[in-house]
Design a protein around this ligand. Structure first.
Ligand code: HEM
Ligand SMILES: [Cu+2]
Length: 663
């Protein structure tokens, strides 16, 4: 019996009320979901319509739900961290617990919140903007989603089974080598990210192919909407950056499980090698997530200023310049690690160069707004809020990029403030703007503006309240990842203010949650398909769009094609109904259960590896191979939507718009 007890307490994390509470919560929520689905007889529906789907719009919705849940998890972590730092000598969290929480907070926010939210926007908007019926590889797209999902699940499981990682989101050896981190936490980190990272790499390839190969006739690259350009840039970086992370983590995993010594100095390895590989991914990762936000800003500014975007070509070239320069600056993350003056100088200067194309984009957005008839809808509010936040992030970034100065700022709260200004002000603001912007397209109803405004203003006050004081705290000597501090440092007030700011942001998040729930129940249905009076092709079809998106693939003549059609009067005829003669059976991929099973197999294999249960790893591996085999033997992978059905769907979708139209 005591053996069992020992096993259970090793296996399940015990002894902490927070964790017991989460255990209970997890069990209750899971039971609730199971009971509801069974009661409503929805299992089949869930499986057929969602878990096996290859439709990019549904995949977008699943990414979005996961991302919002993870924003909640990462946000709860952040609140715990800030609660611990609110007052000096606080004992709310132990040092060990603080370490675990900043690790899971950072990891979840970047890999399991920002990435899926970004992929949600890719999937929601790209095929619709380029007049395509799906992405280039819909089946691979589903695999990517399930790899993300199960990688994320594995990572989150560490909280209740086995224990969370505590080596920071950067996971530097030797801290994370077996000797210093013997528990399963670090294995969860490595495997969760390895698995979801494979999915991200595939998504990068998928969207690159989609944008290069699937554009509607007439849409030359110079007519491509700017959001798609930003997705293309981001995908290019993914393709170059993610393999480096995969390799770094795979080698660390070998060190931890197979006794190799890639990163252990004593046996001829070198931890700097990991640091290098990590940031070859980690620095470009910032651009991976921020460029699509830039894309959103371009769409939103132009739509809500009712003008075509200013300096389209310079927007494209600045995106590409950031893509290249952003990739080449990774070593600014270890100025203080002894690379020497000439290397540091190169990376300092190249880092500062990123400011130039970014500045170009800023001015283009401002010029687009200049003399525009600006409408202050939610997407526009978040876009406007991005400008000052990112200006501060940029200015403080240049300060950090000055290598000699960085010897002072390095790993201080100044840095924490800087990267949150960039990640929240640049990335999260953009994704929230994008979510508001494309929500009516995805779901067919709008989000409540009033609750959204509350969320917006609370968030803004909380944001500056939280991170403003940290710039000062950094100069006053408070370092990063410090779990408590003595009372006589002069840091007390600033820390308290910062924590209050964090709470306000938490309240704002709850408002966004309330806004979503309220709108699901009471939201205004969008019957036009074009609620913002948009400019690009996604607004030319009904909301939510039918399975096949476009009954007839459009031919493109202008950058703002939908706007052009509205101006020229063509839109009115088009919106009514596609001429019957132009309809043809539409070729679509069939749903498949294999992507889900591939993800599940990775999960089983990953979980086995976390606990060194290699039998289970092999079972997972065999599962993956069987899935590959099954797919290779499958012949029945696609079908045609008949013209009759297209006609029925289109009439049904337009019932709200065009009363009395009979075909
Ligand atoms: C509600 C908003 C947020 C608050 C209050 C918050 C707060 C914090 C705090 C207190 C820390 C630990 C600082 C330390 O002791 O070193 C931290 C670290 C971090 N945060 Fe946030 N955060 C927020 C949102 C975000 C978002 C949206 C992202 C990314 C998209 C993010 C990424 C990170 C990263 C990468 C770290 C470093 C973790 C590490 O040192 O390993 N945070 N945050
Ligand atoms: Cu960097």
């Amino acid at each position: 019996m005591s053996g069992l007890n020992a096993f259970l307490s090793h296996f399940f994390v015990t002894g902490d009320p927070l964790i017991y509470a989460s255990d209970v919560l997890i069990v209750l929520v899971s039971l609730g979901i199971i009971v509801t689905l069974t009661y409503l007889k929805k299992w089949k529906w869930l499986w057929r319509e969602w878990l096996t789907t290859v439709d990019h719009k549904r995949i977008a919705i699943m990414y979005l739900i996961a991302a919002i849940l993870m924003l909640f998890r990462g946000g709860a972590d952040a609140e715990l961290l800030r609660t611990q730092l609110a007052v000096p000598n606080n004992s709310f969290l132990t040092a060990e617990h603080y370490d675990q929480i900043f690790t899971t907070h950072g990891t979840i926010m970047i890999l399991f919140m920002a990435m899926p939210m970004m992929f949600a926007l890719f999937n929601a908007a790209v095929p619709l903007q380029i007049g395509a019926r799906d992405v280039a590889f819909p089946y691979l797209n589903a695999i990517s989603f399930w790899l993300f999902f199960f990688g994320c699940l594995l990572f989150n499981l560490s909280f209740v089974i086995g224990g969370s990682p505590d080596g920071g989101w950067t996971s530097y050896p030797p801290l994370t080598e077996l000797g210093f981190s013997p528990g399963p936490g670090e294995n969860y980190y490595i495997l969760g990210i390895l698995i979801s990272g494979l999915g991200s790499t595939a998504t990068g390839i998928n969207f690159m192919a989609t944008i290069l190969k699937m554009r509607a006739p007439g849409m030359t690259l110079m007519k491509l909407p700017l959001f798609c350009w930003s997705v293309l840039s981001s995908s290019i970086i993914i393709l170059f950056a993610f393999p480096a992370l995969t390799v770094a983590l795979a080698l660390l995993l070998l060190d931890r499980t197979m006794g190799t010594d890639f990163f252990t100095i004593l046996h001829g390895g070198n931890p700097m090698q990991f640091v290098n590989l990590f940031w070859v991914w980690g620095h470009p990762e910032v651009y991976i997530v921020v460029l699509p936000a830039f894309g959103v800003y371009s769409e939103v500014v132009s739509t809500f200023s009712r003008k075509t975007v200013f300096g389209y070509k310079s927007m494209v070239f600045s995106l590409l310049a950031i893509t290249v320069i952003g990739y080449l600056t990774w070593a600014h993350h270890f100025f203080t690690m002894g690379a020497g003056a000439s290397v540091n100088t190169f990376f300092a200067i190249s880092t500062m160069c990123v400011g130039i194309p970014t500045g170009v984009k800023m001015f283009n957005w401002l010029f687009t707004m200049f003399r525009g008839r600006i409408q202050f809808k939610l997407p526009m509010l978040w876009t406007l809020a991005f400008i000052p936040a990112f200006a501060i992030a940029g200015a403080t970034g240049i300060m950090l990029a000055a290598a000699p100065a960085d010897y002072q700022f390095h790993n201080s709260q100044f840095l924490v403030a800087h990267f949150h200004m960039a990640l929240i002000g640049g990335v999260v603001f953009g994704y929230v703007a994008g979510m508001y912007y494309w929500w009516p397209k995805l779901f067919g109803f709008s989000l409540d503006e009033r609750l959204g405004r509350w969320a917006f203003w609370l968030w803004q006050i909380g944001f500056y309240g939280c991170f403003g004081p940290q710039f000062a705290l950094g100069f006053m000597g408070m370092t990063r990842r410090m779990y408590t501090y003595p009372a006589n440092m002069g840091w007390n007030t600033l820390n308290l203010v910062s924590t209050c700011g964090a709470y306000l942001m938490g309240v704002a998040f709850l408002f966004i949650g309330a806004q979503i729930v309220y709108s699901i129940l009471k939201g205004k249905r969008d019957v036009t398909g074009d609620p913002w009076d948009g400019r690009t092709l996604e607004w030319s079809i009904p909301s939510p769009p039918p399975l096949y998106n476009f009954a007839v693939i459009p031919t493109v003549q202008a950058r703002d094609e939908w706007w052009r059609r509205k101006q020229s009067g063509e839109a009115a005829q088009r919106a009514a109904f596609p001429a019957e003669a132009s309809l043809q059976p539409i070729h679509m991929p069939r749903n498949s259960s294999i992507p889900f099973l591939v993800g599940l197999s990775f999960f089983v294999g990953g979980f086995g590896t976390v606990f060194h249960w290699y039998g289970m790893s092999i079972v997972g591996g065999v599962g993956i191979l069987l899935c590959l085999l099954a797919r290779s033997l499958q012949e029945n992978v696609d079908y045609y939507v008949p013209v009759d059905e297209i006609k029925r769907t289109e009439i049904h979708l337009r019932e709200g718009v065009t009363h009395g139209l009979h075909v």
